[in-house]
Design a binder for this molecule. Structure first.
Ligand code: NOJ
Ligand code: CA
Length: 597
């Protein structure tokens, strides 16, 4: 299996609402926090880690390569907030101990102190995931602990030992700036309290050391990747230090930050995605998909394409995490999508650039439309496990396709047909190509549609429908109403020999006919000969990427820079003092450079 996260499909689970593997833990420390009837949406409903383990075969069948669970940390036990409403911390975002697991999730009290042994249910879950090639994405929160309940606000423990609380802040870890009132002020958003949640002060060194130490312990336990909550609420410098420390501990660690409503239309979120070391969730694409396919707004696919057309804003657009809905917004069907439109949207994110994340139950069309499906009605109990449901089967097929076709993982995005109702786009990486076509309007014929697919006869990955490509075109495509077509051509490229170094170049606005190579002193880099320098591949107007194998130079230093080659003129050599890079003796490494930098 590829260890590139972009080959995977993520599945996001609100653990309490997935599967109750052990009814004996349902009451937790405060039986009031549990509702066996599943009618009080603010209480625990019984899902747990045992329930996750029991359903791993189901997830493996779906083709899932990574599972993101809502935070597992021990939560406040109280259910009454300052306004007297009953809300339990079933969602996991009100931590009271980052080194313990919440008692609702485990079966034995011993398993709560998860770092004191290595045979807890959490360890067993990790082992079962590993056996199925599934990575655990842990949801972590650094911005805050808990809100004002009957218990102390922000009471925080470390593996059971009291550390601090908002009212007895002996460590000075909390901000005291009141609620966030002015959302336009970066300072207020970062220092104020979100929904009354006690807000950590990142300037305090002991807090930073603590929150880094804790997260490293979870990585050492076997957690494979992190989903990071509320990143908009802490300064960029904090995240840079935090990510770089975690990466020093676990090289190559994948992290995705939740910048609520972030994406190409939010400049601060773009700066975060480009500068923090984490990628972000693509809320801009989510909104465009919702408008086009759930709300059927006039702009349709024009709005969707506008998001992809802005990919040049990002240094790594193919690492954005894409989704059609999540636990902080109504589910897709609750805002007007038919089952078919949901299938279309899911198919689109499965083949588009970015790493797709499927919200639990989507494959079973799970939704509850009470109050427009807003939180908490977007978190129903999973009630069906049908491995023959059309969407379960479609996700399984497309997840396999994503694993098999590098064009989907890391390739360019090229529109091939675009109207508000019909969208054809192509992904390409070397000889690998995937052409996807979507039609939300009435049945129609389109064509000729240009394609980089080699001439031949193709079967749609979803339906088996046969389509001919000839002379670099599909001559005529008959599309039904709400149709989806996915054609794929994947070749297996031999792995590069020796140490594989991925070169990523940003910041050169390429013109048609230009190619970019990496040239350097090593023989693998052409020994400064442009004609022998390995070529990178075009991904976006701001990104070229390529893998270079190092055998003779592995374990040593190389010097390099980039050069633009063209058939009809002299090369443009980067004016930059050559960079120096150490090539590890084996394995894989990644370089990330800016033209001229
Ligand atoms: C974002 C999470 O996704 C949301 O569900 C949670 O309530 C807030 N952050 C606060 O942690
Ligand atoms: Ca349970």
């Amino acid at each position: 299996m590829s260890d590139d996260i972009r080959a995977q499909t993520i599945y996001f689970i609100v653990t309490d609402r997935f599967h109750d593997g052990d009814p004996s833990n349902d009451g937790g420390r405060n039986p009031e926090s549990y509702d066996a009837t599943h009618t009080n949406w603010g209480k625990y409903w019984g899902g747990d880690l045992g329930g996750i383990v029991a359903k791993l075969d189901y997830l493996q069948g779906l083709g899932v390569g990574a599972v993101w669970l809502t935070p597992v940390f021990d939560q406040v036990d109280d259910t009454t907030d300052a306004e007297g409403r009953g809300h339990a911390a079933y969602h996991g975002y009100w931590a009271k101990d980052f080194r313990r697991i919440d008692e609702h999730l485990v079966s034995s009290p011993r398993d709560i102190a998860v770092f004191r042994s290595s045979d807890t249910v959490f360890d067993r879950m990790l082992a079962e995931m590993r056996a199925r090639g599934i990575t655990l994405v842990l949801d972590v929160v650094c911005n805050h602990s808990s809100p004002e309940l009957r218990q102390q606000k922000g009471a925080l423990y470390d593996d059971g030992q009291f550390l601090t609380s908002y009212d007895d802040d002996r460590l000075g870890w909390y901000h005291r700036a009141g609620s966030i009132t002015d959302w336009r002020s970066e300072r207020v958003v970062q220092q104020g309290e979100l929904c009354g949640l006690a807000d950590f002060d990142e300037n305090v060194h002991s807090f930073r050391s603590y929150i880094k130490g804790v997260m490293k312990d979870w990585l050492d336990k076997g957690v494979g990747a992190l989903r990071v909550d509320t990143v908009k609420h802490m300064p960029l410098w904090f995240w840079q230090e935090w990510v770089s420390d975690l990466r020093a501990h676990r090289p190559g660690l994948f992290l995705v930050g939740e910048w609520f409503q972030g994406g190409c239309y939010d400049a601060a979120s773009v700066a975060f995605a480009n500068g923090s070391g984490m990628t972000i969730f693509d809320f801009a694409l989510q909104r465009a998909l919702e408008e086009a396919l759930a709300r059927s707004l006039y702009d349709g696919f024009l709005a969707v394409d506008r998001v992809f057309a802005a990919d040049g804003l990002f240094r790594r657009p193919t690492h954005l995490v894409t989704f059609v809905d999540n636990h902080d917004m109504p589910r897709f069907q609750s805002v007007g999508a038919t089952a078919r439109r949901l299938e279309m949207a899911v198919a689109l994110v499965m083949v588009a650039r970015g790493i797709p994340c499927i919200y639990y139950g989507t494959e079973q069309y799970l939704h509850d439309d009470t109050n427009g499906g807003a939180d908490p009605y977007n978190r129903p109990m999973m009630d069906r496990w049908d491995t023959q449901s059309p969407l379960y089967c479609a996700v399984a097929r497309l997840a396999r396709l994503r694993r098999d076709n590098p064009a989907i993982q890391r390739g360019y995005h090229q529109p091939r047909w675009l109207t508000s109702d019909t969208y054809a786009f192509e992904r390409g990486w070397g000889a690998c190509v995937c052409l996807a076509v979507f039609n939300r309007g009435a049945a129609r014929s389109i064509g000729p549609v240009r394609t980089a697919l080699p001439d031949g006869d193709y079967a749609c990955v979803l339906t088996g429908r046969r389509i001919a490509v000839s002379g670099g075109h599909v001559a005529k495509l008959d599309l039904a109403s709400d149709d989806v077509l996915v054609l794929s051509h994947a070749v297996v490229e031999p792995p590069v020999p020796g140490t594989s170094v991925t070169f990523q170049l940003n910041g050169y606005a390429t013109q048609p006919g230009e190619r970019i190579a990496v040239v350097g002193d090593a023989p693998e880099l052409g020994a400064w000969d442009f004609a022998k320098a390995p070529l990178l591949r075009y991904v976006s107007p701001n990104l070229w990427e390529g893998d270079v194998g190092f055998e003779r130079s592995a374990g040593g230093l190389v010097r390099y820079r980039f050069v633009v080659l063209r058939d009809d003129g002299p090369p443009t050599v980067e004016t930059a003092y050559p960079r120096r890079a150490y090539v590890p003796p084996s394995g894989a490494d990644r370089r990330s450079d800016r033209w001229g930098g």
